[in-house]
Every structure is written in C-alpha cells, then in structure tokens.
Design a binder for this molecule. Structure first.
Ligand code: BDP
Length: 713
C-alpha cells in the first residue's frame, strides 16, 4: 500500500507540474520551439545591467530570470557595470546621463510621468543595447513586463521605440473579501489572504506579479461592507504583512472602513464627523496605520448605503464625512475614496438618487477625496447607460468603479468578455463640456483638469486554482488592467494580446477565440436583459431570472419595480413625463433619451414604458423585438459553443474541456432566461410568440416553481 501511495503521489506531482490548469494566467512564458527566435531574444537577455538594488529591482531580476529560463532555456547574467558589455540596460533615467543625448529618450522622458517607461535601442561606447528606462523603479517594473510581453508575443525588438504611461493615477482592484475568508459576490473560491492560519506567500507573490504586469498599483484588501474590527490592531498588523508582500510589485494597499468605527471599536459615544473627539480617534488610528504601513494609500468608504452607517446619521453630509478623514490622511499622502453608491427605499426613482445626493455637494470635497461612481446609476447590470454624475461633478475628483466579478453576468459560469462593456462606458459621451467629453476623459482628468484620478474594478479573484473560476474570466481581470492603463486600447486588441499570451499564438485560433469573446457580452445582454431592461435576476444570489419577483422587503429590491410590465407595455418611464431621470444628463443627451424615437434602442426600456405593439425603428413591434433578442441571445451561445469546438485543435484538452463544460451550463441558463422572461412578459402582452424564434418548451409555472440555484463550483 505504501509503495503504491508513493507512486500515486509522484504521478500526481508530475501531472500537476505540467497541468494546464490556468494557474499561470497570461504569464505563461511558454518555451519557444523555434531556435532562431531563441537566439534572437537570447541575444537581448544575455547580459543585463540594472543600476539599482531594492525590493522592486529584485522583483525585476526574478521575473526576467524566470521568463528567460522558461521561454529561452537561458539564464541571463546580471552584470555589475556598464563596462561589462550589457545587452539590456534597465535603469532610471538619472542613472544613465548618456540618454540625455539621445533624442528619443530625452524627449520621451519629458512626457512619460512618474510610472511610465521607455523602451528603445541606443549605442553605448559603440555597442548596441536595448534600454528600459523610467523616472522611477516602478516604471522600470512595468517596462520589464512590457518587454517580456513583447518577447512572448514574438514582437521584434531592434526597432522598438515605446513610450508608455498610465492615463489614470490610481488603478485599483477592490476586493470584497471578509476576514473569515469568504468573498462577497466572489465566485472563485475563498479569499487569497483572509481565513488562513499561514499566508500562502508564493501565491500572493504570483497575484502581485499578475497585477504589476498589467499596471495595477493599488489593492483594497477588504469588503466595502466593512466591520469596525477591520481597524483593530491585529487586523492592521495583518494588513501590514500584505503590504510588505505587495510593495515589491509597486502595489499600495487601501482598506475599506466602517464609518462607525470610533463608536464600535473606539468605545466613543458616537461617530459624528464634526465631533472633535471622533476626529482625534481617527487621527490616532491613521497615525498608527502609517507607522505600520508608510505607503498606505488610504480609505475606501461605503457610507449611508444599504444600511451602513455614515455622516448622515448625525445630520452631516457626505462631504463632512469624507473631508474629516481626508484632512487627517493628507499629511501622510493618503486619499479618501468615497463611494457614490447610495440609495434608500424612498419614492424617488432609484436611478436618480446618487446624482441627487452628490450633485449638490460638488466643489465641497477636499482635493485628496475621490468620489467613486459605479459605471451605471443602478448597479452593475449587464448594460446600463453611464452614471449621470460623470460630467455633473465638475469640481470634484471622480473615479469609475467597474465590476470584474460577474455578479449579474452568470458568476464564473458564463463566458462574458467584459472589455466590451468597459469600453462602452469609457467611450460614452457625457457632453459635459460639449462633444467628446467622454467618461474616459473625465476619469483620466483631462476634461476638468483633476490631478487625482482613479479607476477601480471589483475583483474576480479567489483561491480557485485558475484564480477566477473560469479560464475566460481571467481575460476580464487582464482587460480591466490594460484599460486602466490605457483606455484608448480596443477590446479587440486586448483580446488578441490575451489569447496569444494565454492560449495560442496560432492565427486561426486567435480569430476563432477573439470572435467568440467579442460576441459574448451582447449575447448575455440579449438573453438576460435586452432593450434596456434591468434587475430581473433572482433575489439575493442574483443568478438566473426572476422577473416576477415582488416579495422582497423593499420595493426597489423587486424586479417588478424595474420592468413595470402591464397590459399596455413594459419599461421604466424615466422620461420627462415619468421620473425625469433624463434631466440628469446634459443636452443633447437629455433630449435624445427623452424621446422614444431617438433613444438608443439598447436603452429604450431603461428610459421608457413602451406599448407592446409600438413599432421600433427595426421595423418590428416591441413584443416581437423582445422575443427576437432573447432568442438571439441563446443562439449566440450556440455559436460560441460551435466556435469553441473549432478552437479545440489549437491547445490543451484540459482547458478545452473545462470551458466546454461551462458553456453547456451557460447555454442551458440562457435558455432558461429566455423562456422564463418571455413566458412571464407574455402574461402582460397577451401576444403570441413570433414564428421565427426557437419554440418555447415549458410553461411559466414550470419556471416559477423551479429552484434556481447557482452552480456549485
Ligand atoms: C451590490 C452587491 C452588494 C454590494 C453592493 C455595493 O449586491 O453585495 O455590497 O453592490 O457595491 O451590487 O456596495
């Protein structure tokens, strides 16, 4: 028995060493079979001079050594001086004065900023060298990852002239991780750091590497629904340990705080932001944090939202609360990220509430406060119009919050490539300063000249072996980082890069997989919430359809609040005749959205209650169009499955099988979404299903009595 046990173990180890389990993400560094390529890239990675010694530089060395070993089978020599014939030089600009004489480097450094970098060739003492340079070591780290990406993608280096710098300052992952190791809305296992007796430092380092490789520089380590205990001494010591691991990869940490911490942790009689004793408590706490974590980035605050405490409990405003903290963080260089996700069970249209609360406060926030605004006015739905606070807050720093974890998009079961959604939001024109005032240009500070800029993504990572639960969910983490760095990139180019790094460099594979990815978001919108419908999902867990939901404790937690289907039609009237949410947008958008004939069809039922027989500009009646879109959503998943089969020959069976299994479930879910929603809406429209859709197979009763449970991963 013992002997067999050992053999089994050895086989298991050998298998896991070669397993294509997705652990390596886009940092796979596959061995180059082509000898010419190995020689070519090997000539650059032979002698490397790095003019610094620091933890970040150590990370650079480790990454290059590993990548070189894996891709080229060669270990580079790190030379001690510029006289040792370096083939690659990685050093800050001030360490290599000779670059001042080189036009490309001298000019580039003027515009590259603190975290940006340049990659180019120059000759030093008559010898050609490849150079990565920057003003900071962090820039060198990003430049190194860029170079390694170029090598992985077989790009040529001899003519490289790259200037790259991030357009947004804080590029943040928000983890909704709880101290017990669970993750709110997490679908890829447990937290990577909470809930263990010992930290998995190897894994945490790999997590940090992945982030650094796409330019993420800040990590919020805990859930926005934070308990006061997050600021207890032990919790802060733990945060400091994480900060020590992440710092080597240029990542600062932030923490979500509970606004009532002074009362519940500090034992004070209240947490009123204007109470000097409360401010004193925060001052001491903040001083304590900075003693432990000198580069602490600041606080993320969810206040007076979904039952959490906040300054309004004491008759104070969001500005009073945010500024009290900001003032205390300022001397340490910290910031306050204050969320605009607020809504109460009032009569007011939920979509209007964030704007109504924050717009009157514009100009009152200190300059180290950022208001973090979700992409849409409701809540990370499959598709929403952009949040009207973008553009409305002109004297306030505004950051964009996106969701990477797929709370409303099929968890880690549905393949939905989110770069398309992100890009749609970033490119939305707010018209705040005329045409071209896109959300992206507001968030990157160029429209209102903000110095403090931020974009955050609610993370989709967990301790599942492939990090995100679905191999393709990795692409959403990747795309978030790439767009945070440069929002002008396209979903196509990001998908191409990611596919080549993750699956295959083969052209046919690339075409097939990118095609599949690029159709996936629209497919999900169609089979879940087409034409501007929203919030039709199951109560609580948010997986699967429940358009009939009318029993939740609050009106605005029910599906019927949002779709408002009746015998006349369907949709939420937010026009000037209804809740007038359209008035929160700048002209001409307010007028465009207000008129059902000009309102973009994808937002039609978001802004209008439309009669079932109303003829749309597609030539179909609303009812027919709704049926066709639900049907198209399901059929697109069929196409995705067909494409996936076509891609099979180009990579390993293990990942092929894992994705295929999920696609089968996705197809089934899409079918359920379609039938459940259409059967339910038919009880209002009382119209027959059009003949050209796939016939409906079940009854409404069947779906109503079906227990919709998310898959157990
Ligand atoms: C909702 C989630 C909830 C979060 C909330 C938030 O369902 O779990 O706490 O957003 O963003 O989408 O605060």
């Amino acid at each position: 028995m013992r002997k067999w046990g050992w053999i089994f173990l050895l086989v298991a180890i050998a298998f896991s060493a070669t397993a294509e389990d997705g652990y390596k993400l886009w940092l796979r560094y596959p061995y180059k079979d082509n000898a010419q390529q190995r020689t070519y890239y090997g000539s650059y990675l032979r002698n490397i001079y790095i003019g610094h010694h620091s933890p970040i530089v150590q990370s650079i060395r480790e990454e290059i050594s590993m990548a070189s070993q894996e891709m080229l089978g060669q270990s580079p020599t790190f030379v001690a001086s510029l006289d040792d014939s370096p083939t690659l030089i990685i050093t800050t600009f001030d360490n290599l004065p000779i670059l001042k004489k080189d036009n490309f480097f001298a000019k580039g450094l003027k515009k590259v900023g603190r975290e940006g970098y340049l990659i180019g060739n120059t000759s030093i003492d008559g010898r050609q060298c490849l150079i990565i340079t920057s003003l900071t070591e962090q820039g060198l780290l990003y430049g190194t990852f860029h170079l390694l990406r170029m090598i992985a993608l077989n790009e040529s280096l001899e003519k490289a002239q790259i200037i790259s710098s991030p357009r947004i300052g804080f590029r943040v992952l928000n983890h909704w991780d709880n101290p017990d190791g669970s993750i709110e809305r997490g679908y890829a296992g447990h937290s990577l750091w909470y809930g263990y007796s010992t930290l998995d430092t190897v894994r945490l380092k790999d997590y940090a590497r992945a982030n650094a490789s796409i330019g993420i520089n800040t990590v919020v380590i805990n859930n926005v629904n934070a308990s006061p205990a997050m600021l207890a001494d032990t919790s802060l010591l733990f945060a400091a340990r994480l900060a020590n691991i992440f710092r080597r990869y240029g990542i600062q940490i932030m923490m979500s705080i509970n606004f009532s911490s002074p009362k519940y942790l500090g034992g004070l009689s209240n947490s009123d932001p204007l109470n000097p004793t409360v401010a004193e408590w925060w001052k001491n706490k903040i001083d304590e944090i900075y003693r432990l974590i000198p580069d602490f980035a600041g606080f993320l605050v969810k206040a007076n939202s979904e039952g959490l405490p906040g300054p309004q409990d004491y008759g104070r405003t969001h500005a009073d609360g945010a500024n009290m903290l900001a003032r205390l963080l300022k001397p340490h260089g910290g910031i306050v990220v204050w969320r605009a996700f607020v809504y109460a069970p009032t009569q007011e249209d939920r979509a209007k509430q964030g704007y109504n609360e924050f717009y009157p406060l514009d100009g009152q926030f200190l300059d180290n406060v950022v208001i973090q605004i979700k992409n849409g006015p409701i809540d990370f739905q499959p598709r929403e119009p952009f949040h009207p606070l973008f553009g409305a807050l002109q004297k306030t720093n505004t950051g964009l919050e996106l969701q990477i974890t797929q709370e409303y998009l099929g968890f880690s079961t549905h393949l939905v490539y989110l770069a398309t959604l992100y890009k749609e939001v970033l490119e939305s024109d707010t018209y705040a300063r005329g045409k071209g005032s896109t959300v992206a240009r507001i968030v990157d500070g160029s429209i209102f000249s903000n110095k403090l800029t931020l974009i955050a993504g609610v993370a989709n990572t967990g301790n599942s072996r492939n990090w995100c639960g679905h191999h393709f969910a990795q692409a959403n983490w990747y795309a978030f980082g790439r767009l945070a760095w440069d929002h002008t990139l396209t979903p196509e180019s990001i998908a191409n890069e990611w596919i080549k790094l993750t699956f295959s460099n083969n052209d046919s594979a690339l075409k097939i997989i990118s095609n599949l990815m690029l159709m996936s978001h629209e497919a999900a919108v169609n089979y879940m919430t087409p034409l501007g419908l929203h919030h039709l999902m199951s109560y609580n867990h948010h997986y699967g359809p429940q358009p009939w939901l009318d029993t939740a404790a609050r009106p605005d937690w029910n599906s019927i609040y949002y779709h408002r289907a009746d015998s006349i039609g369907i949709g939420f009237d937010r026009s000037s005749k209804g809740s007038n949410a359209v008035a929160q947008y700048f002209p001409p958008l307010n007028r465009i959205f207000d008129d059902p004939n000009t309102c973009p069809i994808e937002f039609l039922l978001w802004f209008h209650h439309i009669p079932w027989n109303y003829t749309l500009n597609t030539g179909n009646t609303l009812w027919t169009e709704l049926c066709l879109r639900y049907d198209r959503g399901v059929k697109t998943v069929d196409t995705m499955m067909m494409l996936w089969k076509k891609a099979q020959p180009y990579f390993d069976a293990e990942r092929f099988g894992a994705v295929e299994k999920k696609l089968i479930r996705q197809r089934n879910d899409a079918h359920i979404w379609k039938e459940a929603c259409l059967l339910y809406f038919q009880t209002f429209s009382r119209l027959p299903f059009p003949p050209n859709i796939e016939p409906i197979t079940q009854t409404l009763q069947y779906y109503k009595s079906m227990k919709i449970e998310p898959p157990i991963e």
